[in-house]
Design a protein around this ligand. Sequence first.
Ligand SMILES: Nc1ncnc2c1ncn2[C@@H]1O[C@H](COP(=O)(O)O)[C@@H](OP(=O)(O)O)[C@H]1O
Ligand SMILES: [Mg+2]
Length: 358
Amino acid sequence: MAPMGIRLSPLGVAVFCLLGLGVLYHLYSGFLAGRFSLFGLGGEPGGGAAGPAASADGATVDLREMLAVSVLAAVRGGEEVRRVRESNVLHEKSKGKTREGADDKMTSGDVLSNRKMFYLLKTAFPSVQINTEEHVDTADQEVILWDRKIPEDILKEIATPQEVPAESVTVWIDPLDATQEYTEDLRKYVTTMVCVAVNGKPVLGVIHKPFSEYTAWAMVDGGSNVKARTSYNEKTPRIVVSRSHSGMVKQVALQTFGNQTTIIPAGGAGYKVLALLDVPDKSQEKADLYIHVTYIKKWDICAGNAILKALGGHMTTLSGEEISYTGSDGIEGGLLASIRMNHQALVRKLPDLEKTGH
Ligand SMILES: Nc1ncnc2c1ncn2[C@@H]1O[C@H](COP(=O)(O)O)[C@@H](OP(=O)(O)O)[C@H]1O
Ligand SMILES: [Mg+2]
């Protein structure tokens, strides 16, 4: 007999316990899936933007944790990039041609860095969509566990967790930016990059230079370990442009800003964004604007876009449109990146590329 004269039926107790277990399972399944299962929710890993759709089970991810893992991934990928370069065995090959007919190169540095970066992020955040420049070989998986430590510099800048729905997140990985220059042993241009977009908006960016071991990171409305310089020349800007996918960029720049303008040809979209910032690395050139006129892929530009945005700068197409980091891999409208300038006034100055046929 139970207290107060209530009889407990064994069947009733069993049903009650089962219901309790069901509720507990529901509460914790998102948590467990988000942290321990590698591919349970995210589907099969794969390269390119045709990757798996994120789960729709209401799981959330903490952007501050994503930043910590993104920094780690960029650094660990960078170690592979450096190791392959120092071995001098690059296994260089062409993935095909760009629209302009340049070789789209790939090396062992790209492949091995991609493997580290992809699996670190995928293991830590199995339910988010990851788009990466290189193909991920599912037969050659690597489970790399994150020790769940958030570095002090991140904790200092971002005091609280920043939870967002996992299904709103798209991660973009560039395991080796400036592959062309990497094959030419022009090491200063090479970076590894991770970007996190939420609902297509770039919110978190990491650009790492493996050969000088410098890392810049920033989170929109969060914090950063890098800042803008104190002054920029808006009238006669130094303009950093592509050295290997330049198209008509020099003509466009000189036509817009005059013949006194200095053009700095450089490799890598990551390097060119860092040229706009206050970066202590000695090998880093400085510029006032970054302009690109040919087609470019989202993994090349998302991290730089997030960092610039977090610091109050802008990266848009040449006609001033914001870039959405979901869906297709690439953008057609060229790029204009600036900070501490009147970005819309710069857009108005630029010629309409479609009309001028550049
Ligand atoms: N027209 C184009 N087509 C395809 N990729 C392009 C491109 N222009 C630039 N890119 C890519 O954007 C990055 C920066 O280019 P650049 O150094 O010429 O400024 C490079 O990335 P990867 O080195 O990661 O392939 C390059 O391949
Ligand atoms: Mg790139």
